[in-house]
Every structure is written in C-alpha cells, then in structure tokens.
Write a protein that binds this ligand. Structure first.
Ligand code: CO8
Length: 383
C-alpha cells in the first residue's frame, strides 16, 4: 500500500500494529501514601520545632486521601519499589546499584513492554530498524538508553532518546511514522519507561500523590506488512509552547553551580498545578479541534479519545469541549484511579487498554499533554 509523493518517491501508509505495557506489581493506595506522608510531616515538624516556632521554617500540613481522589481521580499508583518511600526520614525510592554490564532499569522495563508489543504485532525484534526511548526523564546522559535497548533486543538500524515531558511518546509516534511514511525506516519500536517515582517530591503534599511507574511500547510499520488487527496512522500534530509551570532543574550542570548538590526542592518535579489545569485545558481542546479541522473531520467522527492521564476532571473537561457534550462511558477512558499519572506512558496505556470493540473504519485520537508545555495528537483509523 504505497503511493507516489509529488516528487515521484514512494510513500507508505504507517500503522500501529502492536502495543505492550509493563506495570510493576507493587501498589501504594492513597490511604497508605497519606499515612506515610503524615508520619513524615509529624516527624519533620518535631525535628524543626524551634525553626517553625521562630517562623523560619513552614510547618507541614497533613495530606488527605479524600482530597487526592476529589482533586485528581487517583486512588492508587503502581511503583517499582515501595522500599524507601515509607521511611519518614527518607521519602524516596531505594534502587539497587547496577553495574555497567547490567541492563539499566529503564531498559529492563522497556524490554518487558516491548516483548508484548512485538508479540502482538508478530514482529521479531531483529526486524526493528528504529528504536526510540521516549520518556520524561533519562536514567543517564549517555550512551543513549535507546541504544542499549536496541542492543538487548538485537534490533538493527539506529536508536535515539527523546524527552518531551508527558508528550514524549506521541512526539515519537510522529517522528517514527514520518520516517515509515517516507521509507527511511520499515519497522519502529517506541518505548516509554517512566520511573516517575524517582523524580517526584514525596515530601510535598501538593504533588506526592500524582504519579506512578509504568512502561509502554508501540510497534509501527507499513500497513501492508501488518499481520493482524492494526490502526492506520492518519496524521499526527505536535505543538509546544514554553512554560515554567512544570519544571525540574536537575541537570548535568548541577555540580557546577553554587548549592547545586544540596537537597533542593527544585531538583525534583515542581508544578503550579492550578495554572497548568487552567492553561492546558483550552490549549489541548483547541489543539485537538484544530487537528480534526485540518483533516476535514468533526469531533462526532471520533469513537474514542485516549487522553493523557493527568487528572480526571481535566480530561472530562477536555472531552466536553472537544465533543460538545458529556463524554459517554468509555469514550474518554480513565485509568487514573488505578495507575495515576504515568507521564508519557499514560495516553498509550489508555490506548492499549481501551481500544477493544472498535470496528474497521472507526476513528480514534490519542492526545498527550504536559511539561514544556507540549501537546501531541495522533489520529488513528481501525483497519
Ligand atoms: N491533601 C490535602 N490538601 C492538599 C493536598 C493534599 N495532598 N495538596 C494540596 N492541598 C491543599 C492546598 O494546599 C490548597 O490549600 P489552600 O486552598 O489552603 O491553599 C488546596 O488543597 C487546593 O490545592 P490546589 O489548588 O493545588 O488543588 P487543585 O484542585 O488544583 O488540585 C492538582 C491539584 C490535582 C495537582 C490539579 O491542579 C491538577 O491536576 N493540575 C493539572 C496538573 C497537570 O495536568 N500537570 C501536567 C501533567 S504532569 C507532566 O506533564 C509531568 C511531565 C514530567 C513528568 C514528571 C514525573 C515525575
């Protein structure tokens, strides 16, 4: 299934032929999270009683499971490990040191999700000629995590890492599908191993509940090569607009700056949640409607809207703005209650877990949004 471009070169129809998910088995419920946080807050307040009394340090208030569910729709999160998180004097996960000869943690997660995606697509790892590791943070600067994954899989071609916050996976889908469309790549694998628990601030009640760990994988290839049910990639749209409202200052110049190695709050995830909510809802709604308009489609043509999993109220609102009515059950799948925000894995997780029952010709749209700001939408047609 190829056609000529205006310059006479072959163009191929890209398709998603397999997806896979790895979710770590350990879970922390809101109640457990709040219990450990409140324990930490009491310990902190006792430790700093004198400074708090002198007005030099702010006392920590208790968190609440009711607030968390009401504000976000989250009931629990899966985590790679609970070890360290429940220790009131530590409050961040403890991972074992790995030698350079072992797969890194992100690669290990990616291999698990990739195995499922490749099996569903009926593609051997050795047939892959592009690997993109697309995630909101990377375990190291170099060598690229994706190149390690390429080697562990026995894949060919080339690999690169991509960091666009929660939109990393959808931006990677645009990049890979464009390469497949123009023939420079035949089969691509996108993995999004998100170790969000490593970079949230568990000691801050404003955000300690938001994230969970997960990894997704997507296999893309020419539609004509698909061996089973698949989704044609009709088009992608990516947009970015700079904002400091979601920020993490940890980086390679840390050691070189005054106070850089201190346990500073801004070296973990920081956000102005309320502002993000207010600014991103109209941005994403307009982005989706613009994408559909460019395709000559009305929102009514969509049978599924797989949105980034950040906040249930936010997704309900985007669903209403895009569809012009309340979304019907299952139309904008919500996985937050079980998995929380898994950053760039979230929208792919929704697609993987809620695309059953679609008939050939049915349309759906994946849309991620997040830090940057960044937005990425992928219009799919069930083949
Ligand atoms: N328990 C009890 N009370 C609390 C808690 C808590 N845990 N937390 C805050 N409160 C209090 C606040 O202090 C505040 O009190 P007051 O009114 O006295 O000041 C009150 O509750 C209300 O607080 P907020 O205004 O913050 O509450 P909101 O209703 O706005 O809900 C949310 C907070 C849930 C964070 C909401 O604003 C939200 O979801 N915003 C959108 C966030 C978003 O979509 N972000 C983008 C996605 S994230 C992303 O892209 C990350 C990319 C990088 C990945 C990083 C991985 C780690």
């Amino acid at each position: 299934m190829w056609k000529q471009s205006s310059k006479g070169r072959a163009m191929y129809q890209p398709a998603i032929t397999g997806t896979g998910v790895f979710v770590p088995p350990e879970v922390i419920t809101n109640e457990e999270l709040v219990e450990s946080y409140n324990w930490h807050a009491d310990w902190f307040n006792a430790e700093h009683a004198a400074e708090i009394a002198a007005g030099k340090v702010e006392a920590k208030e208790h968190s609440s499971a009711e607030f968390i569910f009401k504000a976000s729709g989250i009931m629990q999160r899966h985590v790679l490990t609970r070890d360290g998180l429940m220790d009131p004097e530590r409050m961040y996960p403890r991972f074992r040191q790995r030698s350079d000869d072992e797969p890194c943690l992100m690669a290990e997660m990616a291999l698990k999700a990739a195995a499922e995606a490749l099996a569903k697509a009926g593609v051997a790892a050795t047939e892959i000629d592009l690997v993109i590791c697309a995630a909101s943070n990377m375990e190291r600067a170099y060598p690229a995590v994706s190149i390690e994954i390429q080697k562990l899989l026995g894949a060919k071609g080339f690999a690169f890492d991509m960091m666009v916050g929660c939109s990393s996976a959808t931006v990677a889908v645009q990049a890979a599908s464009d390469m497949i469309r123009n023939g420079s790549v035949r089969k691509a694998l996108i993995v999004s191993p998100e170790i969000t628990t490593g970079h949230i601030e568990w000691r801050d009640r404003d955000c300690h509940f938001i994230f969970g760990d997960a990894c997704t994988a997507v296999v893309l290839e020419r539609a004509e090569a698909a061996q089973g049910p698949h989704f044609l990639i009709r088009s992608c749209r990516c947009a970015t607009e700079f904002s400091n409202n979601i920020r993490n200052n940890n980086g390679f110049l840390r050691r070189n700056r005054p106070d850089g190695m201190a346990d500073r709050r801004d070296m973990q995830f920081v956000q102005e949640g309320r502002r993000v909510f207010k600014e991103v809802v109209p941005l994403v709604s307009a982005h989706i409607l613009g994408h559909l308009h460019d395709e000559g489609l009305e929102a009514a043509a969509l049978s599924r809207l797989w949105l980034h999993q950040a906040n249930k109220a936010m997704n309900d609102m985007i669903g209403r703005r895009v569809l012009g009515r309340d979304p019907r059950p299952g139309e904008t799948p919500n996985l937050l209650q079980e998995y929380a925000n898994t950053s760039s894995a979230g929208a792919i997780l929704a697609f993987d877990m809620s695309s059953d029952g679609m008939e050939p010709g049915d349309l759906g749209l994946i849309c991620s949004y997040g830090a940057g700001y960044s937005v990425g939408s992928v219009l799919l047609e069930r083949a």
